[in-house]
Unconditional design. Structure first.
Length: 235
């Protein structure tokens, strides 16, 4: 029994040495799947796996942490080891959900609120928000709120007018317009409740986005909305 124990210990030690320390199974090639070009090069650089490192000692969690932290365009990356010598990075990119425009520059953000890339031109299918602050300085919560604001918007027929692209002031307040009706949204929060209030007020005869009198709805505190510009009461 003692002999068997020694043999098993030696065998296990040999396997550990073979896969984790010897030159038999070392990284000689890395590949990137899911992306090409500059992003693929960025992933390889950030992964920072030197040629000759034993394949068994490549830490998948540390590689993922370096890549995701280093390139905001990457939502996730998984590492596939192909013995004896290849590491493949399976990359998932972030999906744009919002375009943030400041001056003549445009950034894109995903649904989780991460502003991850500056682009020459965003897709016309993306909602656009004009911002006064640097998009990179916006909190994730604010960006998520802007995504939700647009995602939950009612049909134009229910708003009795055309909704223009929102704008975000330097102090974090959202302004909207429905034709000639101005909506002071307040901070980008409580989108569902605020839209319900806006719809209910637009449904009132005295509130008319198409009317000739400029009107304002303030739903920054949705439980106590304020309407200005109402026509004088008859009588």
């Amino acid at each position: 029994m003692l002999l068997w124990g020694l043999l098993l210990t030696a065998f296990a030690g040999g396997l550990v040495f073979l896969f984790f320390y010897s030159a038999a199974f070392v990284v000689t090639e890395t590949q990137v799947a899911g992306v090409q070009g500059e992003v693929a090069e960025s992933v390889e650089d950030l992964a920072d796996i030197p040629r000759g490192r034993p394949l068994g000692r490549v830490s998948e969690s540390k590689v993922r942490e370096r890549v995701v932290a280093g390139d905001k365009r990457v939502a996730d990356v998984t590492i596939d080891k192909t013995w004896p010598s290849t590491v493949t990075f399976e990359v998932t990119l972030r999906e744009p959900a919002l375009a943030l425009v400041r001056g003549k520059k445009t950034w894109v953000a995903d649904a989780s609120g991460v502003v991850y890339d500056q682009v020459d031109k965003a897709s016309n299918k993306l909602p656009r928000v004009a911002v006064k602050s640097k998009p990179e300085d916006l909190s994730q919560e604010s960006v998520v709120g802007l995504v939700e604001l647009w995602r939950l918007r009612p049909d134009p027929a229910d708003l009795e007018g055309e909704l223009a692209a929102p704008s975000l002031t330097s102090d974090g307040r959202v302004l909207l317009s429905i034709d000639q009706l101005t909506v002071e949204w307040g901070t980008p929060t409580e989108a569902e409740k605020k839209w319900q209030v806006v719809q209910a007020l637009v449904g009132q005869e005295s509130v008319d986005p198409q009317g000739g009198i400029p009107q304002t709805i303030d739903v920054s505190l949705p439980d106590t909305p304020v309407v200005t510009g109402l026509p004088p009461a008859a009588g």
